[in-house]
Ligand binder design. Structure first.
Ligand code: SF4
Length: 372
């Protein structure tokens, strides 16, 4: 069995999600915790019910905090280095759900600085441009400016910087080196950058002038940042951030995570219908080499990205279960299954594209600087 590697910048190999939790020290969501969520939200989002969001730090604590009527907020972010693919949208869909169910404000960080530091080819204005372009996809989920606060790092540093310098003073070179694997040739921008990602976790407390912990829905590879944030929160007088972690979105090519270097591994929100169809029809599957074998032995939905996307984008449990059964029994062949997925995704993208274009030109209204 090939060993896997997971850092905020790299995911390689077939990920063992339980081993990863043990390594990071986060916990699996328990049925009791999910039941508590259901009690407060009135339902459980399919992405949690189906185990895609599967682990956390202090999710139970923040729910109890909520139960005591105390304020909290949501925080997530995006490294703007190119167009958004539908996999990126998945945690944001959950973010919107939490915001609606619990009436929460969302702090959304666009880390154009980090993308500039990280990619030798990236120009700064290009990264900032992507931040604005990607913000359209976030706004398109239906956020209003009173609920969504965008932080473009190179534009909205003012509220963040005083927090970041206090965070930076608590973090030693030894700590960040060990946490992120920095080396002697890492540029000092990247070395300082974690202070900014951590600072947003404490921003709602500063702005409201009372303890306001955040819940951070994100992929499990972001854990190192928030582990550090939790370690230093107390000493800075802030509540510890809570997290809820997802697994990775499978690439259409079958790998554990999509890669920006292969545009066919992902469906971008800006892809046209023809491109979306071509990508889905060419996707890797868990099917058999011939139709005859598939009818006889069935396919394997567990390793199949097509099934994975049905699971992520179909809100109807019964419909997803039927696809699983029809795959395993051989009643459905991959061609038909892919067409069904294409219909679902193309419906989602059609609405999304319209809302996305409506948001164009309105990004600045959502920026936190416009509201301070
Ligand atoms: Fe994947 Fe669908 Fe083929 Fe099953 S039938 S292997 S879920 S594409």
């Amino acid at each position: 069995e090939e060993e896997f590697v997971v850092t905020p910048w790299e995911v390689r190999g077939r990920v063992d999600y339980d081993k990863l939790l043990k390594h990071f020290g986060a916990r699996r969501l328990t049925p009791d915790e999910v039941a508590l969520l259901e009690k407060y939200a009135g339902e459980v989002h399919p992405l949690i019910k189906r185990g895609f969001f599967y682990a956390h730090r202090d999710f139970d604590t923040i729910l109890k905090w909520h139960g005591e009527g105390k304020p909290w907020a949501l925080y997530t972010g995006r490294g703007p280095s190119g167009p958004v693919h539908i996999g990126h949208m998945v945690p944001w869909i959950l973010l919107k759900w939490f915001s609606d169910k619990f009436n929460l404000e969302v702090y959304f960080q666009m880390t154009d600085d980090e993308k500039f530091y990280d990619d030798p080819e990236m120009k700064l204005d290009e990264a900032t441009g992507w931040a604005y372009e990607n913000a359209l996809d976030v706004i398109a989920l239906g956020f209003t400016p009173d609920k969504l606060h965008l932080i473009v790092d190179t534009k909205d540093i003012e509220p963040l910087y005083p927090i970041a310098v206090r965070v930076a003073k608590k973090l030693t070179w030894n700590t960040v080196k060990a946490t992120f694997g920095f080396t002697d040739s890492t540029n000092i921008g990247l070395i300082f950058y974690p202070s900014l990602q951590i600072a947003v976790a404490f921003l709602p407390t500063e702005l409201r002038g009372q303890p306001t912990p955040v819940l951070i829905p994100c992929a499990i590879d972001q854990d190192p940042y928030f582990r550090l944030a939790r370690d230093i929160a107390d000493s800075l007088g802030y509540p510890k951030p809570a997290t809820i972690y997802s697994k990775f979105i499978m690439a259409l090519t079958g790998e554990s995570k999509m890669s920006a270097s292969n545009p066919d591994s992902a469906i971008y929100t800006t892809d046209d219908e023809k491109t979306v169809k071509r990508k889905i029809m060419n996707a890797f599957t868990g099917g058999r080499p011939t139709a005859e074998e598939q009818r006889k032995y069935g396919g394997n939905p567990d390793i199949c990205p097509v099934f994975h996307y049905h699971m992520l984008f179909d809100p109807d449990d019964a419909s997803v279960e039927k696809i699983r059964q029809d795959c395993k029994s051989g009643a459905m062949l991959c061609g038909e299954c892919k067409l069904k997925l294409y219909e679902k995704i193309s419906r989602f993208l059609k609405d999304h594209r319209e809302r996305r274009e409506k948001a164009r030109g309105r990004v600045d209204e959502y920026r936190i600087s416009a509201k301070l």
